[in-house]
Design a protein around this ligand. Structure first.
Ligand code: FES
Length: 157
């Protein structure tokens, strides 16, 4: 007679970490209100295909995005962070996006120091009329993060 125990069935064991294959990344997207958020909205209302892995945080301008926002998102479990704003020259606050771009260089080196692959954070420009650009950015971001696997925070490592 065999006894079925949690050990033999696997019940009671801590849940196995999701393999890379079944991994669905959580992406946080910071979008500026004037261009990219409207572009994301256009992508949605136009029913453009894109993965549902993104949670959007609307900011007035990408210039408002502090490096700590991005690190905080990663430390709280985001597998990737997408930043999307107006094209250079189109920022409604003149140069917020350029200031963000300067900070982005510093951010990339900080990410490595913090143990995150720099590819986990991506910056793209998308206007209000570029729903397709936003959708493509999300799609490629999700594919890239799927290849990287879960964030070190989510791996417990
Ligand atoms: S208003 Fe869009 S990036 Fe500044």
């Amino acid at each position: 007679m065999s006894v079925v125990s949690p050990k033999s069935t696997g019940e009671g064991k801590p849940k196995a970490k999701k393999s890379k294959k079944g991994f669905e990344p959580r992406i946080v997207a910071f979008c500026c209100n004037w261009c990219s958020y409207a572009g994301a909205d256009l992508a949605g209302t136009s029913r453009m295909l894109m993965p549902p892995n993104v949670r959007i945080i609307r900011v007035n301008c990408t210039g408002r995005i502090d490096i700590s926002f991005i690190l905080d998102a990663l430390y709280q479990g985001a597998d990737g962070v997408l930043i999307s704003g107006c094209h250079p020259g189109d920022c409604h606050y003149t140069s917020g996006n350029l200031k963000l771009r300067s900070r982005f260089v510093l951010l990339k080196s900080l990410l490595e120091e913090a143990g995150f692959e720099p590819e986990r954070v991506h910056l793209q420009w998308a206007s209000a009329a570029e729903g397709d650009v936003f959708a493509e950015g999300v799609t490629s971001m999700v594919e890239r993060i799927k290849k990287l696997g879960p964030s070190p925070v989510n791996k417990g490592g």
